[in-house]
Design a protein around this ligand. Sequence first.
Ligand code: ZN
Length: 399
Amino acid sequence: MLITAPEVITAAAGGVLAPGYLELADGVIRLVGGGSPPRPPDLALPVGYLLPGLIDLQVNGYFGEEFQATTPAGFNGVVGRLPSLGSTAFLPTLITAPLAELADALAFVAGLAAARPAGARVLGLHLEGPFIARSRRGAHNPDWITEPSPAAVSRLIDAAKGQLRLVTLAAEIPGAIAAIRQLTQAGIVASVGHSDATAAQLAQAADAGASMVTHLFDAQRGLHHREPGVVGQALADPRLTAGLIADLHHVSRQACQIAFTAAPGRIALVTDAAACAGMPPGRYLLGGEPIELPPGDGVPPVRADGTLAGSALRMDSAVANMVTAGATLPAAVAAASRVPADLIGRADLGRIAAGAAADLVWLGPDLRTRATWIAGELVFADTLASDIVRRQADQGVPP
Ligand code: ZN
């Protein structure tokens, strides 16, 4: 199938093709180019942008469902609906809980992911906690925070049946550096977060193999000009990629812009979405404990004491927010596709390039998701996109 678009944003070599085309076969992109396509297209997108499917490394739940306490039907429902937000791949994320409970939850979600439900690709699991700093715990329950003994780390790795892809932990707590080595040797990305580490301690974590910082600015030691903290080291250290919750509530517009400017190509947009995302205001769960989603567009949920507790963000909105914060659209798209894909070792995803998986999103001029393809299959189309796809399939592409 050959698709044309007024602008193709590749997030890879080629940058922006305006106009551009791409050819798909057997779930893979075969050909990408700018200007006139080699033959008449099967589908001509009349407006907007065609980009790689968005990849979200931190999703606690969505559409009322909490992954920490999910069911097969609930989990599969979220997987099926995430493409409507532009997400074609994600990491279900579990947060601090008693070790035995966490091991059970990891095993359960790993089993659901292994069944490969229809919808967004499940690229593995993200475990955020329980090896974090009490002083930077955010919405995590302090009673269940613990130290990363080799046995505890092994137990959680084993429970996830080979599906653990990313672990967020504090760099400065006893046993952290050994745990980072243990995780890295097991092929798991170690990400420093919920951490009061100094810049020097974060650098030591990177020496041990840590390659990410979780939700930059939030729940970590900030930047002081004499003690640059987690934030300063994350921005300055080329070994580190930083997650960023660009809902413009967790992080200000200016701070989003500073991150993109200071660490170009090293920011990965994440939602950190909780069960309340995509739902009306009200009471939901995060990590098995209540959160309240207040009214208001994009306003994040909070615990009873007012602490931010996940978000209600969509990945396409994260991209749009970065553009309002001053990023170029290609840079914002790359931060939501190629950067997270590369970080977790999936260079086959997150870019429009020959040989890459045909995971695609069509954004309208308003940067809202209109249609989504996974492995070349149309898995979501809004009313207007459905109409265009149907009409062009029946009557051919208008000249
Ligand atoms: Zn967090």
